[in-house]
Design a protein around this ligand. Structure first.
Ligand code: DON
Length: 574
């Protein structure tokens, strides 16, 4: 492939990711009136997701008497149909769960590297990274985890019949749905890429351009969903759907085998839990870096008077940036799949360690990232994803972030089965020090190995206050996920914002390398910018940061939603 085309394609890809997460439309509530308190508060249950159609599916399940997990399973499958840029069957994700009883759990259904993968599989003969191989086409895909994850979640906590949770998605795939203006733009932008990787065509390609309101039907995907409805896990990892996936691998020199599919298992893991003031943060453990990084960030700023300084004040921005710089440096060195690499979780969350990490920044001057390495543990022991938050009438809560990695993943639709392959392999550290799609670097901890899960930044989180449910939160956004969840939480807890205000508020981001502070437009006023620039902060404006979908439980027991205006995100509640 000529380099120029690769560059163009990568840029197009980036632009699509950026376009996808940019926008100002705030979708309205689609919920009924029952249990409504005031404009945005409900009593009986709430679903906040990236798509009004998916939120509606989830609400339907809640109204049928399903619990939050039932609704989550239905929303995951619905997003695979109506939000194919990130919703998926061929990807993976993480779920954090908190039952009304206080029981907490987390489910890892992250993709895994195939048995035939190897550490240097994306390096050329001179040892240089050929990252497009980890981003496009068959070789970019990890073994999918989403279907196994949904089966696990349903078996453990579900109440309604499995088939009832998938039926709405089959209908949406079979009969089609109207694409939004945003979706039409994205699909048109990817025409060249889809044509290149799907020579026999896909439902995403049509004669002429897509326009808002065109109906997208996905018959092959509907057939696959029927297999999953009728045979559960075996309907995807074995039989006709698995055969189609293996045939697709053979067509495109991919390496996922029948054995890989059969062996894939979703794993229940102990959530990472920590405190911030009087709040208990229940979040995702490794192979996500998100939970540990979120707790490190919260602990790094806990003792400072953020409330007094105020949202986006220069001191607030400086402190948050310096905390993020250090935490992302730790991420690059210490975080990886815990089944392959011993993640020093306790040490990274040690109060003295964090205090020490924060002790060497100066209020007078930015700490150059070149001078910041991962912390010394003293022998003590990283665009397109989607997040949804769900609560039911009983108070059970589910926080799920799920992804194909890039928008429309590897751009390969499995012939005969109608679902997209992920390009999650790019989340591995392809070569130490070489940045991935999100500019994140890594090393040994996140090197490729057969059966290993690639490090993630996804941070599905649930927060308790006084032993009761307080918040359900998460977002897409690659490396900015951790930042966005962190700042949304601070917006509520420290800056007294409503859930919607906290979600809508502009965000800023620093990830250690590159040594730059990214800000959404109009985040910082001109005086604050001048002050920070004078101290050596390199401030770069960029498109959207995050697309948070969250729910807050008010002290009066009502659910308050926050649907991100940066997308078509939507609250459905009753
Ligand atoms: O797991 C991760 O961290 C990435 N694959 C997430 C990708 C993502 O959020 C893209 N969204 N805009």
């Amino acid at each position: 492939m000529p380099t120029q085309r690769i560059t163009k394609k990568r840029n197009t890809h980036r632009n699509i990711v950026l376009a996808l997460i940019t926008g100002l439309m705030l979708s309205g509530c689609v919920g009924g009136q029952l249990g409504k308190h005031n404009s945005n508060e409900y009593r009986n249950g709430m679903v906040v997701s990236a798509s009004p159609l998916a939120s509606k599916v989830g609400l339907g399940i809640l109204k049928k008497g399903g619990n939050a997990v039932d609704a989550a399973v239905a929303v995951q499958f619905a997003l695979a149909v109506v939000y194919p840029n990130a919703g998926n069957l061929g990807g993976g994700g993480f779920m954090v769960y908190r039952a009304a009883s206080g029981e907490t759990n987390s489910l890892d259904f992250r993709e895994k590297a195939a048995a035939l993968s190897s550490r240097d599989m994306y390096l050329d003969s001179a040892g240089n990274a050929i990252t497009d191989k980890s981003l496009y086409g068959h070789l970019a895909a990890g073994v999918p985890g989403s279907v196994a994850g949904m089966v696990e979640a349903h078996q453990k906590y579900g109440k309604l019949k499995w088939a009832d949770l998938i039926e709405p998605s089959i209908e949406l795939a079979r009969n089609g749905f109207k694409v939004s203006a945003r979706q039409a733009r994205e699909l048109n932008g990817l025409k060249e890429t889809f044509t290149e990787f799907n020579p026999d065509g896909t439902a995403f390609l049509k004669a002429g351009d897509w326009t808002e309101g065109d109906v997208l039907q996905q018959q092959e995907l509907a057939n696959t969903l029927e297999q999953i409805r009728d045979h559960g896990r075996a309907g995807f990892y074995e039989g006709a759907v698995a055969d189609s996936l293996i045939a697709e691998m053979q067509r495109g020199q991919g390496i996922i085998s029948k054995e890989d599919l059969k062996n894939y298992k979703a794993v229940w893991r102990k959530p990472t839990i920590g405190n911030y003031k009087e709040y208990k943060i229940i979040t995702m453990p490794p192979p996500s870096s998100g939970g540990i990084a979120l707790l490190q960030l919260l602990k790094s700023v806990e003792t400072y008077p953020l409330k007094r300084w105020g949202l986006n004040a220069d001191s607030t921005v400086q402190l948050v940036v310096e905390a993020e710089r250090r935490v992302y440096a730790d991420r690059a060195a210490y975080l990886g799949d815990p089944d392959f690499f011993k993640v020093p979780e306790q040490q990274l969350l040690d109060n003295a360690y964090i205090k020490n990490r924060m002790s060497n920044f100066s209020w007078n001057k930015a700490t150059p990232s070149a001078q910041v390495k991962e912390g010394n543990l003293n022998g003590r022991e990283h665009e397109e994803t989607t997040h949804f938050s769900i609560v039911d009438r009983d108070g059970n809560a589910v926080s799920i972030t799920t992804t194909l990695n890039g928008s429309y993943g590897a751009a390969v639709v499995v012939k005969g089965a109608g679902f997209l392959l992920n390009n999650e392999m790019d989340d591995f550290s392809v070569k130490p020090g070489t940045p991935n799609m999100y500019g994140l670097v890594g090393g040994e901890a996140n090197a490729i190995a057969p059966g290993k899960r690639m490090l993630s930044s996804m941070t599905p989180t649930i927060i308790e206050k006084d032993g009761k449910l307080f918040m359900v939160v998460g977002t897409p956004g690659g490396s900015t996920i951790i930042t966005s969840v962190f700042q949304t939480i601070l917006n509520v807890i420290e800056f007294d914002k409503s859930m919607q205000q906290a979600v809508s508020a502009k965000k800023f981001h620093h990830q250690w390398l590159p040594d730059e502070v990214y800000t959404e437009e109009n985040t910082l006023d001109s005086l604050t910018m001048l002050k920070l620039k004078a101290k050596g902060y390199n401030i770069i404006p960029r498109g959207s940061i995050g697309r948070v979908d969250a729910i807050l439980k008010t002290k009066w027991g009502y659910y308050q939603g926050g649907a991100d205006p940066r997308g078509d995100d939507s609250i459905a509640a009753w």
